[in-house]
Design a protein around this ligand. Structure first.
Ligand code: 13P
Length: 263
């Protein structure tokens, strides 16, 4: 690794990424305690992967304080697609930025499902994130029936086209896309690495066609400490987006440990 780095810095694969999506699982105090545990756990480690913690909105400010100048990054779980105004209960990109988050999850399937978000909504959110210099973590992924019909690639392609048309992605410093097949979320079932690789390649190609080469493509859906190695050790997988297994300190640190081994 060292030798390769001396020869050419460009030959080293970029650091892998782990995004911990705590969904609505943890309270503010629990989020703070877990964030504290992560910061402590990473202390003294020379090389750590890019770790993003995504607590729910009420915990963002307190978790931001805990993360302070550590290497752990803060992400929000959602943002609204408008700049400002009479939008009760919504949160803007500017507000998210203000409380110290540097990234935001966009278009998660649970938001598409429970809040009725459409591709057009997701596109507006994406544009807001880009505009306010938040790293967008865009979620895409197909339902089970679409996969069974052999239409998963086309389905995800359409989801990507909606966001690609909405903002000038070529200016992005970091852009993250998470492939999360809906049927794999919280189910304990995962796609084969072959299917993940095929989808990740297709996502990357779509961005390259749009003139954007620096996209990181993560896998998400029932990732745990037993299966994480298989995903992150693959060159097509730049990291993982984890729900359930990221809400407990032990399993989160195990996941981070595996991801740093392959980074
Ligand atoms: P699980 O890891 O609990 O399956 O959730 C995945 C997910 O939705 C992450 O955003």
């Amino acid at each position: 690794m060292m030798f390769a780095r001396l020869l050419s810095p460009y030959r080293c694969p970029p650091m892998k990424i782990l995004v911990a999506n705590w969904k609505m699982e943890l309270g503010v105090r629990e989020s703070v305690a877990l964030a504290r545990g992560v910061v402590r756990g990473l202390r003294g480690l020379k090389e750590v992967p890019h770790v993003y913690l995504a607590p729910s909105h009420p915990a963002l400010t307190d978790v931001a304080k805990v993360l302070g100048r550590s290497r752990v990054l803060l992400a929000a779980q959602d943002v609204f697609g408008e700049v400002q105004g009479a939008y009760t209960g919504f949160v803007s990109a500017k507000q998210i930025k203000e409380v110290g988050a540097g990234a935001v999850i966009i278009g998660h399937s649970e938001r598409r499902m429970f809040a009725g978000e459409t591709d057009a909504d997701v596109a507006r959110k994406f544009a807001q994130a880009v505009e306010h210099h938040l790293d967008p973590i865009v979620c895409v992924g197909e339902p089970a029936a679409v996969r069974e019909n052999g239409e998963a690639l086309a389905y995800v392609h359409d989801q990507l086209d909606a966001i690609l048309a909405s903002a000038d992605v070529s200016k992005r410093r970091r852009l993250i896309v998470a492939y999360e097949p809906i049927w794999a979320i919280g189910s304990g079932v995962t796609p084969t690495i072959h299917d993940v690789r095929e989808m990740h390649r297709a996502i990357r190609e779509r961005f390259e066609e749009a003139g954007m080469e620096r996209v990181s493509v993560l896998y998400g859906g029932s990732v745990n400490s037993e299966n994480v190695y298989e995903f992150v050790s693959d060159s097509e997988v730049d990291g993982v987006l984890v729900g359930g297994a990221s809400t407990r300190l032990n399993s989160l640190m195990e996941l981070i440990g595996v991801v740093s081994e392959v980074s």
